[in-house]
Design a protein around this ligand. Structure first.
Ligand SMILES: [Zn+2]
Length: 399
C-alpha cells in the first residue's frame, strides 16, 4: 500500500535554514523553500529542528520490565549473579519477550527512534522464547520501526552445553546478527568462544556483534583474538564490539594499537557511555575513521533500574562521558546516535536527503546541540512516510 503524500512545512533540517520536506511513497521526494503542497497532508513544524530518525543500535528488547510495575532489585553483586537472577526471574515474573519488546518499541518510537538493533537472549532454560517473541514484535511493528535481532548467549556459550545449538537454531530462524559475550570472563575459553561465534557467522554469512565488558589487559587480549579471526576470515567491516571498556584504559600503549587495528579491519564500536565504567574515547575513534554507534543497552530490567530508550538523551550521555562541550563536539555525540548507528547497521536508505527513506523526527530546539541537551518530547516522528508518534507518544498503543 502506497503511503500518502506529506509536506512538512517550516522545519529546519539539521537545525539549519527553514525548508519544506515533501514525502512521497515513503521517501523524501524534495527539500527546499516554499514547496507546493498539492494534495499532500501538511504538517507545520513551525521552525522546529528536523532530524533523521534516531538509531537505537544496542538494546535488549526481550527483557525490559517496562509497564510491569516497580520491582525491587536485590540481585547479587557479581556479573554471574545478575545473569542467573535474570534467567530465574523470567518465568517467575512472566517477562514475556513479545509483550515487553512491543512495549519498549513503542517507547522508542515515541522518542523518535526509527531503527533498533536488539540483542536477544538465547539460553538452555528458555530456548528461543526471546527470539520468537521479538520476531513477533519485529513483524507486527514493522510499519512503526525496523528491528534487527542479534542472537545473544547472555548466560554464556560454552559453559552451558546446548547453547551453541540454540544459537544455530536462532540464526536458522532468522536472527540477522551473531552475538557473543566476554570470551575470557564468562566462558573462560576465549579461543573456543570466538571460534564458535565466528563459525556461526561463516555458516550463515552474517555479521558479528559481540559484548566485550572485559577491562584492560584482559579485554585487549580478547580484542586481539577478534582481530586475528576478522582478518583470517576476511570479515573486515562485519564486526561490532559492543561496550569495549578496555578501550577506555588510561594506558595509551595498550589502547592506541587497538584503535589502529579497529580502523584497519573496519571493526565498529558501540558505546553506551556508562559513567560507572571506563568507556571508549569516541572522538579518537571517529578521528581514526572508526564507525561508532550507541544505544540504551538494557532499560528498566532485572539488571538495573535505569534507562529511558531516548536516543537524544543517550547522545547527551555520550557527550558527557566524552567531555563534549563545544557544539561541534556535542554534534559528534548526536552523530553517534543517528548516522553512526546507520553506518554500523549498514542502513543504505538512511539520512535526511532526497531519495532517502522518510524516517525523521521533529523536535523543538534552536540547534542540534540544544535539542540534545534539552531533549524535549518529540513533536512528530515519521517512519516510512507515515506519522508514527506525536508529542512523545507512539500513535499505536503498546500491549
Ligand atoms: Zn547489551
Amino acid at each position: 500500500m502506497a503511503a500518502s503524500t506529506m509536506l512538512i512545512r517550516n522545519g529546519r533540517p539539521m537545525g539549519g535554514a527553514v525548508a519544506d520536506i515533501l514525502i512521497r511513497d515513503g521517501r523524501i521526494a524534495a527539500m527546499g523553500a516554499g514547496l507546493p503542497a498539492g494534495d499532500a497532508v501538511v504538517e507545520d513544524a513551525t521552525g522546529a529542528v528536523v532530524l533523521p530518525g534516531l538509531v537505537e543500535a544496542h538494546t535488549h528488547l526481550d527483557k525490559s520490565l517496562w509497564g510491569m510495575g516497580w520491582r525491587k532489585n536485590d540481585a547479587g553483586p557479581g556479573l554471574l549473579d545478575k545473569i542467573d537472577n535474570e534467567r530465574k526471574l523470567k518465568r517467575v515474573l512472566d517477562i514475556d519477550p513479545a509483550r515487553q519488546s512491543a512495549r519498549q518499541a513503542a517507547v522508542s518510537v515515541g522518542h523518535g527512534s526509527t531503527h533498533i538493533r536488539s540483542h536477544v537472549d538465547v539460553d538452555t532454560d528458555h530456548g528461543l522464547w526471546g527470539i520468537e517473541g521479538v520476531m513477533e514484535t519485529r513483524n507486527a511493528w514493522r510499519d512503526m520501526i525496523d528491528i534487527e535481532i542479534v542472537a545473544f548467549p547472555q548466560s554464556g556459550l560454552l559453559r552451558r552445553p546446548g547453547t551453541l545449538e540454540l544459537m544455530d537454531a536462532a540464526m536458522a530462524a532468522g536472527a540477522e546478527i551473531v552475538g557473543g559475550l566476554d570470551p575470557c570472563a564468562i566462558d573462560r575459553d576465549p579461543k573456543g568462544h570466538l571460534d564458535a561465534v565466528f563459525g556461526l557467522c561463516q555458516k550463515y554469512g552474517r555479521p558479528l556483534d559481540i559484548h566485550l565488558h572485559e577491562p584492560g589487559e584482559m579485554g585487549a587480549f580478547s580484542m586481539d583474538l577478534i582481530f586475528e579471526r576478522t582478518r583470517a576470515l576476511g570479515m573486515q567491516g562485519q564486526v561490532v564490539v559492543s561496550h569495549a571498556f578496555c578501550l577506555g584504559a588510561p594506558d595509551r600503549d595498550l589502547v592506541d594499537p587497538m584503535i589502529a587495528a579497529l580502523a584497519e579491519l573496519d571493526i565498529a564500536i558501540m558505546t553506551a557511555a556508562r559513567v560507572s565504567r571506563t568507556a571508549p574515547p569516541v572522538k579518537r575513534l571517529l578521528d581514526a575513521g572508526i564507525r561508532v554507534c550507541s544505544g540504551s543497552d538494557g532499560i528498566r530490567d532485572t539488571w538495573g533500574p535505569y534507562g529511558t530508550a531516548d536516543m537524544l538523551e543517550c547522545a547527551m550521555l555520550v557527550g558527557m562521558r566524552n567531555n563534549c562541550r563545544r557544539d561541534e563536539e556535542v554534534e559528534l555525540a548526536f552523530h553517534i546516535c543517528s548516522q553512526g548507528g546507520a553506518d554500523v547497521m549498514r542502513l543504505a536508505d538512511y539520512g535526511l536527503a532526497v531519495g532517502k527513506a522518510a524516517d525523521l523526527v521533529v523536535v523543538d530546539g534552536e540547534t542540534i546541540t540544544h535539542a540534545v541537551v534539552a531533549h524535549p518530547p518529540r513533536r512528530l516522528v515519521v517512519k516510512g512516510g507515515r506519522v508514527s508518534a506525536r508529542n512523545g507518544q507512539c500513535v499505536r498503543p503498546a500491549p
